[in-house]
Design a binder for this molecule. Structure first.
Ligand code: HEC
Ligand SMILES: [Cu+2]
Length: 337
């Protein structure tokens, strides 16, 4: 069975429809229109100061709100330009906070839960730590996340995961697609994709009687095609942008792990922490590294982050759909090798 997860996630987010952001009443999210008249002038108001994380980040960094009750944030920066956005929005909208100016954001939530707000501008080496929470209380179905797959699988996401097999030539997914009818049904199951590394799936298909005639390269073409099937040009385009905004500073534009922030993560003369933790981003273009990881593992790393390695956690910021798209995008670096 192929689970159409993208659609499911889309629906969930529409069902949530939690948030109305009106910036000086100029910028409206379409479905928010009807709330406009309902918003009184004297809303509960929070003044929030933005500073670089070294200087204290957001203050206050924890605010409270009531379900269904609009609130106003007055955002102001005391140093550089910061950005403000709320995590896990299907259509993220962010505002810029210029030093010395005040920007107003009106919000309303229709589900109780803990929402994360974060800075969207690279304001310094600790930029990503600039996060705060909005605690929303009241009636309604609370915002609860599914347990991520890496936890259900009990994956050890910090362990090294070298690939047992890698392609010896460049792959041709198009050619792989011509063997579709020979494939066992599990091969096209979304769950198989999410829980297998390319190397695992290759080994599994290599052992199939029905594929015995195929060459090793042809099996790799099938695996490359399966990986391609799990995404779309639209999702990859979205992921490309997310990656450029949030990941390239460390992982590098081309995924080689050579982003501009890397020098801040680790002094040049130390290869590893004494504890052996990796502190450099891995080379995503290296199949020997990447093809030993399943999508669930990479998703897990993105959701939870590293343990003192410098890899931020994105669970409260990115939607499941965005994380899946990013994983496909990251795999692209190695497939295109
Ligand atoms: C501040 C630097 C930094 C930023 C920003 C960053 N990463 Fe990382 N990332 C790292 C480091 C360092 C590692 C290696 C250590 C580790 O795995 O914990 C890593 C590891 C990873 C891994 C695990 C790879 C593997 O093979 O185990 C994935 C996947 C990943 N990052 C994805 C992302 C994505 C997606 C983003 C953006 C949304 C991102 N990273 C942003 C520094 C960063
Ligand atoms: Cu900032």
């Amino acid at each position: 069975m192929v689970i159409n997860r993208v659609n499911k996630v889309k629906q969930e987010y529409w069902a949530r429809a939690i948030l109305v952001v009106l910036i000086g009443a100029a910028l409206l999210i379409p479905f928010a229109g009807k709330w406009l008249q309902a918003i009184p002038n004297d809303l509960p108001t929070w003044v929030i100061h933005a500073r670089m994380p070294e200087k204290g980040g957001w203050s206050p960094s924890r605010i409270t709100a009531q379900v269904g009750e609009p609130l106003k944030l007055r955002l102001t920066s005391e140093d550089v330009i910061h950005g403000f956005a709320i995590g896990k929005m299907d259509e993220p909208s962010s505002v810029e906070i210029e030093p010395g100016k005040v920007v107003e954001v009106n919000l309303m939530f229709n589900q109780p839960g803990t929402y994360t707000f974060y800075c969207t501008r690279w304001c310094g080496e600790n930029h990503w730590r600039m996060r705060g929470v909005i605690e929303v209380v009241g009636e309604g179905t609370p915002l609860v996340e599914d347990q991520p797959l890496y936890l259900k699988m009990g994956l050890e996401i910090d362990a090294p995961h070298p690939a047992e097999e890698v392609p010896s030539n460049s792959v041709d997914p198009q050619q792989g697609s011509t063997f579709a009818r020979l494939l066992p049904s599990y091969a096209l199951d979304k769950q198989t994709y999410r829980t297998s590394s390319p190397a695992n799936l290759w080994l599994r298909l290599r052992a199939e009687q029905k594929l015995i005639e195929l060459s090793d390269d042809e099996i790799w073409n099938i695996v490359a095609w399966i990986w391609e099937q799990q995404t779309s040009p639209e999702l990859l385009a979205e992921a490309k942008q997310l990656y450029a905004e949030n990941c390239a500073a460390c992982h590098g534009e081309t995924g080689k792990g050579d982003g501009v922030m890397v020098r801040d993560l680790m002094p040049p003369d130390t290869e590893e922490h004494s504890s052996g933790e990796r502190t450099r981003p891995p080379d995503f273009t290296d199949p020997n590294h990447l093809f030993g990881a399943s999508p669930a593992l990479l998703e897990g790393k993105i959701i939870r982050g590293g343990m003192g390695t410098g890899m931020p956690y994105w669970g409260p910021i990115l939607t499941d759909e965005q994380i899946e798209a990013l994983v496909s995008y990251i795999f692209q670096f190695a497939w295109e090798k």
